[in-house]
Design a protein around this ligand. Sequence first.
Ligand code: 5GP
Ligand code: MN
Length: 336
Amino acid sequence: MLELASLKNLLTQPQHIVITTHHKPDGDAMGSSLGLYNYLIQQGHHVQVIAPTDYPDFLSWMPGNEEVIIYTEHTDESAKLIAAADLIFCLDFNNLSRINDMGELVRQSNAYKVMIDHHLEPEDFDDFRHWDINACATAQLVYDFIANLLEHKELINADVATCLYTGIMTDSASFRLPNTTSAVHRVVADLIDAGGVNWRIHELVYNSANENRLRFLGHCLTNCLEILPEFNTAIIVVGKQDIEKYSVNTGDTEGIVNYALSIASIRLAAFIVEREDKVKLSLRSKGDFPANDICKKYFSGGGHRNAAGGQSTDSLVDVVKQFKLILPEYKKLLIQ
Ligand code: 5GP
Ligand code: MN
């Protein structure tokens, strides 16, 4: 274990630091990582952000993005950095399986491991933990870590603020989810005061799509959406041929599931997409319906109550069949 005082002390000297986050990083994953990066570099540390896989273009503009390396494209260099690190920050995940092959490298590294995260059921691999499942985003916890634990609020500059704002905005579905408390809004206000330009960040993340993405969304809503009224559930099922036809890139499918959830009666929405080697499920729910329960129990995944994900190596047709067969088990919760 590493006490806060020892961690603080360690950070008074320049260290070799690796920051990593979950595979297929989302806005909170990259926002938290680059927020922390922009804080740490001000103190002379050697800091490297390593993303396990690539991530969407609409997240590739944050300050420090040009310094990020992607593990799958720089495997040897990443392995060396992880092995030589004094400290590894693990952000927005709490199980080493979430960083694919990098997991074992992190486990084996002699570095101190710091976990900052808001997911359920953390694996015990870390030396220091700032973990709270009530946080709306890991970026909120990174803010708290810098401002309150390390007492460096004055080092939250415009770059740090921009990245952390992005993390909170994306993980709270633009400040809409139940965990967007007044405390979160106070943090967000601080981030705007520190130089995060809220409207500009919104433009960069949400209004930067290309025509293909919009056509693909139209296709999903017109041709792939199925409503299951007896379960207050909506599913959108997308096959590999559509992914190719619309040249769908990393991140282009993000958020589409929310359109299904926008129907008044719908309590559970699922986006089920056929990827290269597996079928991926993205679930969203309203209120207290536990979307993560379905992902954990049936689809080797997990996540939060209202936003969860999983996967299967079965065929797309079989996954959809299985999903529909599961619904009666949850009927009571879905129709209340
Ligand atoms: P998404 O639907 O955007 O892929 O994921 C929604 C939420 O579920 C995210 O918070 C993500 O961390 C979590 N999640 C997605 N896939 C998995 C998975 O395979 N395992 C676990 N434990 N969580 C997942
Ligand atoms: Mn998150």
